[in-house]
Design a protein around this ligand. Structure first.
Ligand code: DUT
Length: 242
């Protein structure tokens, strides 16, 4: 089987405009199709910034971000959007039905696809409990939903697109542990050969990742599995015990 969505950072340094020093320095790693790569680190470490370089919300100062060997700076916004399902820290839901909000990911998604995405995103229960189901209205910004419900709808919106690369920027933070675990296990089953990149604050979310990147003050402090990092990485040990 051909696998697409191989992400590679080569010596990436990035600085916000006008900032004195870079927020990311010399970042190199690979995220492979069919695998989950997790990025963990304390607040302000640069995790969100790092994943935002993939869809080119910002461009690197030096080094390169590649997808399947191609520098993202040579790819069109449309091509990037087709390849990447990016779920932001704060879901941006609009005033409209649940179905419309999910179809924002893919205009042509039919009811079956929407329901399947909601199921994988562990959102089917709270949606079916609503009197109007998929046709229930969401207030602007999702004001009539809980934080965890909003996150799950944003995840479903990415799922209907079946992208090669999923980026979950702290998208599980408002979920309870059980839902978080169920969702990750469903994702693994349903996303097949896609590349999954998860930014997380808590160890529980990253524990089963194929690879965990420990980010500390804009540099990589370690890469490995939970078990490997636990036995040898001081910063990871601190995160685990905090
Ligand atoms: N930063 C900016 N401008 C921005 C966004 C962030 O200067 O538009 C700074 C804040 C911080 C650093 O970049 O010092 C890294 O921020 P980022 O949000 O990438 O860190 P994080 O690891 O994702 O933090 P958190 O877990 O709190 O979301």
């Amino acid at each position: 089987v051909d696998k697409y969505g191989f992400v590679e950072f080569q010596n990436v340094t990035f600085r916000y405009e006008g900032a004195e020093k870079p927020v990311l320095t010399n970042i190199s790693f690979q995220a492979k199709p069919g695998e989950t790569t997790a990025v963990i680190g304390s607040t302000g470490a640069g995790k969100s910034t790092l994943v935002k370089l993939i869809p080119r919300f910002y461009d690197v100062e030096s080094g390169a971000v590649l997808i399947d060997g191609v520098d993202v700076r040579t790819m069109s916004q449309k091509a990037l959007r087709n390849k990447i399902g990016y779920v932001p820290q704060k879901a941006s839901l609009f005033s409209g039905t649940i179905a419309e909000n999910i179809q924002y990911g893919k205009q042509t998604a039919g009811e079956d696809e929407i329901l399947k995405a909601l199921e994988t995103a562990q959102a089917i229960d709270f949606v079916s409990e609503k009197e109007d189901g998929l046709q229930s209205n969401i207030d602007q910004g999702g004001a009539n939903l809980s934080g965890g419900q909003k996150q799950r709808l944003a995840i479903a919106r990415a799922l209907v697109r079946k992208p090669e690369i999923y980026i979950f920027d702290d998208s599980f933070s408002a979920l309870d542990y059980k839902t978080d675990a169920r969702l990750r296990s469903a994702l693994k089953q349903e996303t097949g050969n896609s590349t999954i990149i998860i930014v997380a604050q808590r160890v529980n979310t990253v524990i089963h990742a194929d690879q965990i990147i420990v980010l500390n003050e804009g540099t990589i402090a370690g890469v490995g599995t939970h078990r490997e990092l636990l036995s040898e990485n001081r910063i990871y040990q601190e995160i685990v015990s905090s």
